[in-house]
Design a protein around this ligand. Structure first.
Ligand code: GDP
Ligand code: MG
Length: 373
């Protein structure tokens, strides 16, 4: 048969059928224990419980046999320290872009594709052999979009505050975003080269938000920088690495990759191009992937310095070609066992999306109908 009942799936997973029924109810379907699930539905449902479902073909007729097995727990020896992922936020004109550019320029090693960098939405830098990944997308929107989709990609927020301007509305917004996300924040007091710079006032203003510098008995890291004159940038990187150590960020590079889409677009020559951030596992050239509603095979991977790579491990951002369509920023991607599996999941999601769109449009027409009455 090409389906499995809720009850049978529960049995193979070793969970109570009620748990599956409850999950399906949360997803909006009211079903009984005897309800048949097709392969895609079973696979997606099982994955909610951290199970993988294998799709096994028997004879000429492809018979779908659902074999649910618990996704292997990571062995302790497989867990490796991964670089922190950093987002820079702050009020407009306080120097976010300048700081990102200054850090990047100061850290592009000579010889790396002639030191020419391209904006792919994220880049990584190195300090004494330790790496840091910066998300290079317009701060707040990208951060909120990713969070809204449940993609907690940012480990550390750098709050940029101009020393000649102080705390402004978007400074507060940034503080609220990072607090809501539970992401630690490091303050970069920028533009200290300016004669009218007053870093002490910035510190004073930020105490109102429980951001108190260490020298005043608090535990917030403040670094005084000038993006323009490239002052204290290494200190800022040091502080990020220090904070990262405290967070003990780890991932397992020895498994199939999963992560998030940082940005994506349609390139005239290369087709859909997506910058992905690997959050766990290792992404390899040739891998079958599903990203949001789309699927494909990784044809090429390029770093922010234009280098072609065959593999990307945890926390590494790479620009990927080979998807069949353009996913949305903030959506997740998964490398899967085969292109067939990637296609199945993508088709299932597209079907679901069509149902949602249809439900919306029929609701609209009903509303319009009632509005006319
Ligand atoms: P963003 O809106 O936060 O991305 O800010 P920008 O990076 O675009 O910077 C806004 C303005 O501040 C630009 O004119 C920059 O040249 C200037 N600026 C940024 N950083 C510094 C700095 O450290 N010192 C001085 N004097 N000007 C800066
Ligand atoms: Mg900017």
């Amino acid at each position: 048969s090409d389906s499995i009942t809720v009850g049978e799936l529960a049995k193979r997973m070793g969970v109570k059928a009620n748990e599956l029924i409850a999950e399906l109810m949360r997803q909006g379907s009211m079903v009984t224990i005897n309800h048949p699930l097709d392969y895609e539905s079973a696979a997606i449902l099982a994955s909610e419980f951290n199970y993988e479902v294998e799709n096994v073909a028997f004879d000429e007729e492809t018979i779908l046999e659902v074999e649910a097995k618990k996704e292997a727990e990571d062995n302790a020896e497989d867990l490796k320290t991964r670089p922190p992922v950093v987002t820079i936020m702050g009020h407009v004109d306080h120097g976010k872009t300048s700081l990102l550019d200054a850090i990047r320029e100061a850290n592009v090693t000579e010889g790396e594709a002639g030191g020419i960098t391209q904006h792919i939405g994220a880049y990584d830098v190195e300090l004494d052999g330790r790496k840091i990944t910066f998300l290079d997308t317009p701060g707040h929107e990208a951060f909120t979009a990713m969070r809204a989709r449940g993609a907690g990609v940012t480990d550390i927020v750098i709050l940029v505050v101009a020393a000649d301007d102080g705390v402004m509305p978007q400074t507060k917004e940034a503080i609220n975003h990072s607090k809501a996300a539970g992401v630690p924040l490091i303050v970069a007091v920028n533009k200290i080269d300016k004669p009218e710079a007053n870093p002490e006032r910035v510190k004073q203003e930020l105490t109102e938000f429980e951001l108190v510098p260490e020298e005043w008995g608090g535990d917030t890291i403040f670094v005084e920088v000038s993006a323009k004159q490239q002052t204290n940038l290494d200190t800022l990187l040091e502080m990020i690495l220090l904070q990262a150590e405290v967070l003990e960020l780890q991932a397992n590079p020895n498994k199939r990759a999963k992560g998030s889409i940082v940005e994506a677009r349609l390139d005239k020559g290369r087709g859909p191009v997506a910058t992905v951030l690997v959050q766990d596992g290792t992404l390899k050239q040739g891998d079958a992937i599903v990203a949001g509603l789309h699927f494909g095979r990784v044809r090429s991977m390029t770093t922010a310095t234009g280098k072609q790579v065959k593999e990307a491990g945890p926390s590494f951002p790479v620009e990927v070609t080979g998807l069949g369509g353009v996913p949305d920023a903030g959506e997740t991607f998964h490398a899967v066992e085969s292109e067939k599996a990637a296609k199945d999941v993508s088709q299932h999601r597209q079907q679901k999306q069509r149902e949602i769109d249809l439900a919306k449009s029929s609701k609209v027409s009903l509303d319009q109908l009632f509005a006319k009455m």
